[in-house]
Write a protein that binds this ligand. Sequence first.
Ligand code: URA
Ligand code: ZN
Length: 365
Amino acid sequence: MATTKSPVVDIHTHVYPPSYIELLKSRDAIPYIRSFPPSPALRLVILPAEDTESTSRGRPVGPEYYDITKKIEFMDRHSIDVSVISLANPWLDWVPAAEAGKAAEGINNEVNEECGRYPGRLFAFGTLPLSGGKDVIVKEIARLKELKYMRGIILGTTGLGKGLDDLELLPIFQALQDAKLPIFLHPHYGLPGSVWGERANEYGHVLPLALGFPLETTIAVTRMILSGVFEKVPELQMILAHSGGTLPFLAGRIESCIEHDAHLKAEGKLGKGRKTVWDVLKKNIYLDAVIYSEVGLKAAIQASGQDRIMFGTDHPFFPPLEGENETWASVETNYEAIFGALGSGSDGALAALGGNAVRVLNLSI
Ligand code: URA
Ligand code: ZN
């Protein structure tokens, strides 16, 4: 299927391989999986905001999270030819340092093998052993480069613990640039619980998912821009989840604040050679199309260009609340946004649906 002329490629689609599920079942602090009697059903608890005594405690976790045949069924049902699967949050961020290297190796091999069961239909973004230290991380990057189906890495916003503007991360960004492995940047931690107010428990997962996730991504990338990562590692390529959070919408304001900042000027940081936010958006950044509206998608297209947009679903998250065997509204909304913003059947729509991903991620085998 990967060889059809205009394939549909889903670059934002997650898995928890069986061994990761077993790890979560063995824990009782987030991230963990357990049942809450009297219901025997297993629930996945990964966000601090959902680890509370309330109806929003975690979410149901069924085979769609760990059984790869369910991914293929979902792809077939939604006319998706190829998926680039990635471990879902919170990845291996929480693994003790001494275990990180082995854990990453095991998970990455397992995901690569899952792809091998469906050649041409599945590729993957690998996971880094972030708590293991620089040498262990760089070693895993080199190994990922050799795994047949790996096409980049998925990364959260904490990096080595201090965020993505941490100077200690530069050798890792450099190694990814040299290996030509793009970073798929994905949120997990959101914003501090205090911003959601005392009534947060009444609102399910809406505030952390709809606002915390996109702002987390926006802040992480803005900090990278401010710290000069994209001047120091100029060919670093990033794919931002959820159309860059709010980065396309706020790029003008961020850029204006930079240009009007006396401290940055005094430090000599506004001189020639500085990459503007717009430069970074057009040279270093790709945006997924997981934004659920034409308005947001048009901002993404205007910010980065239609050759930098990539379709995604966020499967298995956001299933229909009822009738799960039907077509998922969360997927259809993203298809419709692409058709509305770029025109059904247009070159731009075909590129966003799959052409850009095939070109950038080299999805032929
Ligand atoms: N919720 C998550 O925790 N992760 C996703 O990727 C989407 C929704
Ligand atoms: Zn996601």
